[in-house]
Design a protein around this ligand. Structure first.
Ligand code: GLY
Length: 407
């Protein structure tokens, strides 16, 4: 794992803004006030290649030497097409069985089936492609790119997406679960339906397995579907709080954007989606404008976190439009996060403080090569990944709100 050194962390935080070759005071003297107050934005003197992603892009190597951002950056600087390089990069966590939110070994749906979503956008070509609820292919990003390159369509789903992949020669597997993802799914099943799914370590004890699970008949006085889905969801969040599932993996996703030396901007997003989702549920990741949006002349925004919030607000599109209207990546992302907060009104989605009980993160870069990682909730341990000519590093996400989603 490559992590940011304390020295770099302190430098970034104290300087407020990191500009290659310039001290913080020189930068603040030439930038407008709202920019000098934006610690998560980094403004190089000229466009130099940048790859930005969530932490999956730096913490997973699938047993090899390179992380996703390192591989993508290396290929971009070697002259490869930016999108090809990004897809090569995200193939690393897709294939890594330890990464439980993406590709092979991603946490499955409520029925224990791994269903994957992905999309990609090529800024200069103005091409896009995606797949949703795809089963059996470890690298959905490659299938999304094939949809983009080989068809007139932008999105293939479910059985159709799998048949498309099969026709193109992708290996189709019966099951993308690993031992770990299956064990976590079994743990979740026991929590939501303890009357039917017994824990071998406690079965036979008095009081264990007496709850026969949620009743979904909808009859008067029984649990509604909403209560049932809240319970299913809460059981997953409890597993995050107990450290069984990394927070990043609950909604899965790697979102990886890059800019090349000639200013080409592209992006890709790939995920197993919300853990234990209703079979067939599609999140924001394969939906253009929700989990990813790229405009080659403006910039790119990709996201992780609660996909429904991005779907409702078309938030990645909003981030790019904010940049088109002159905002810096950090401010553009923060404005979209504020929109999400304003549109989160259901009690079940609010924590005890009346704030969103979930996180959403954006990884944003603009056509000048400036970038930012922002989140509803920033905290010292919540980072994003970036690779530049300085190498790969983790930097702190800038948070809109204090504390954590479930405080
Ligand atoms: N952001 C990933 C998902 O909600 O599916």
């Amino acid at each position: 794992m490559t992590s940011m050194s304390r020295r770099k962390f302190v430098h970034t935080s104290t300087a407020g803004i990191a500009v290659a070759g310039l001290g913080a005071s020189a930068v603040e003297a030439v930038l407008p006030e709202h920019l000098s107050a934006a610690p998560a934005v980094h403004a190089p003197r000229s466009i130099s290649p940048v790859v930005i992603s969530d932490v999956s892009g730096i913490r997973y190597r699938n047993g090899g030497d390179e992380s996703a951002v390192e591989r993508a950056f290396r290929l971009i600087t070697a002259g490869e097409d930016v999108l090809d390089a990004l897809v090569e990069g995200v193939n690393i966590p897709e294939l890594d069985p330890e990464e439980s939110g993406i590709g092979y070994g991603g946490l499955p749906n409520a029925d224990g089936v791994v269903q994957l979503d992905s999309c990609c956008m090529h800024g200069p070509k103005r091409w896009a492609g995606g797949v949703a609820a795809l089963e059996g292919v470890r690298t959905p990003s490659r299938v999304a790119k094939a949809v983009m390159e080989l068809t007139d369509h932008h999105l293939l789903v479910g059985e159709g997406a799998r048949e498309f992949a099969r026709q193109l020669g992708f290996a189709i597997e019966d099951d993308l679960n690993t031992e770990r993802s299956r064990a976590l799914w079994l743990e979740w099943r026991r929590r939501v339906d303890p009357g039917h799914w017994l824990d071998p370590s406690t079965r036979g004890r008095r009081g264990v397995g007496e709850d026969t699970g949620p009743d979904t008949t909808g009859s008067h006085g029984r649990q509604s579907l909403r209560e049932r889905s809240d319970r299913f969801y809460q059981a997953g969040l409890d597993m995050v709080d107990e450290g069984l599932i990394p927070e990043e993996s609950f909604w899965g996703t790697i979102s990886c954007n890059g800019i090349g030396p000639n200013g080409d901007i592209c992006g890709v997003t790939t995920t197993s989606g919300l853990s234990w989702k209703i079979p067939g549920r599609v999140g924001d990741s394969p939906i253009l404008g929700a989990g990813l949006y790229v405009d080659g002349a403006v910039g790119a925004a990709g996201s992780t976190g609660r996909g429904e919030a991005n779907l409702y607000n078309l938030a990645s599109f909003l981030v790019v439009e904010n940049m088109r209207n002159g905002m810096h990546p950090k401010d553009a992302g923060m404005a979209a996060l504020r929109r999400i907060q304003d549109n989160t009104v259901d009690d079940r989605l609010l924590n005890a403080r009346g704030l969103p009980a979930f996180d959403v993160r954006f990884f944003v870069l603009n056509a000048a090569g400036e970038y930012a990682g922002v989140a509803l909730y920033g905290a010292s341990e919540r980072n994003f990944a970036v690779c530049t000519e300085r190498g790969a590093e983790e930097l702190p996400l800038e948070g809109l709100l204090e504390g954590s989603p479930r405080d």
